[in-house]
Design a protein around this ligand. Structure first.
Ligand SMILES: CC(C)(COP(=O)(O)OP(=O)(O)OC[C@H]1O[C@@H](n2cnc3c(N)ncnc32)[C@H](O)[C@@H]1OP(=O)(O)O)[C@@H](O)C(=O)NCCC(=O)NCCS
Length: 138
């Protein structure tokens, strides 16, 4: 699945590749590969007229090398083609994810869902506007 294709092949982590698996183009399931192995993924979707990021993860041994940020950049690019706003929910105790989302220019909306996660943590809503979408609307 991970052979040859690389959207980000010119970037510093040259062994990693980010691509859309076959059959998942519209839903926004994007994986990062290192060699033939999937080392990260992000899932984006359309819901209620806006884009949503549902999940992102990177294999522990390859974290803090920019893979998560590049997966975010890729899914944001796809969702921005269709949506003016992209939102997500994040566990209030997940500092790494919150920092990643800030780096991807998401901000807290102020909406908090108490006890949303099975561990009892609250969910924080974050969102960002899509520059690309607004430019295309003009
Ligand atoms: C959150 C996650 C996807 C980040 O992936 P990553 O590849 O390590 O992220 P990056 O290397 O691209 O980091 C981008 C930025 O996120 C922030 N960040 C990432 N991991 C961090 C950590 N452990 N602590 C603090 N900040 C962190 C930093 O701001 C970082 O930028 P910097 O390295 O220039 O400081 C990864 O930690 C993960 O898979 N966690 C488990 C799954 C999860 O919690 N997913 C989110 C909810 S679905």
């Amino acid at each position: 699945m991970c052979h040859r294709t690389g959207i980000f092949s010119g970037r510093s982590l040259s062994s990693n590749r980010i691509r859309q698996p076959l059959g998942a183009r519209r839903g926004g399931f994007i994986v990062a590969c290192s060699g033939d192995s999937v080392v990260g993924y992000v899932v984006g979707a359309s819901a209620g007229g806006e884009g949503m990021i549902q999940s992102v993860a990177v294999t522990p041994s390859l974290r803090r090398r920019g893979v998560g940020a590049r997966l975010m950049e890729s899914v944001i690019g796809r969702l921005s083609e269709k949506h003016g706003r992209i939102s997500l929910l994040v566990d209030a105790s997940n500092e790494a994810a919150i920092r990643l989302y800030h780096k991807s220019r998401f901000s807290e909306t102020g909406r908090v869902i108490r006890g949303y996660y099975p561990n009892g943590s609250d969910a924080i809503e974050m969102s960002r506007e899509s520059v690309l979408h607004h430019r295309n609307q003009r």
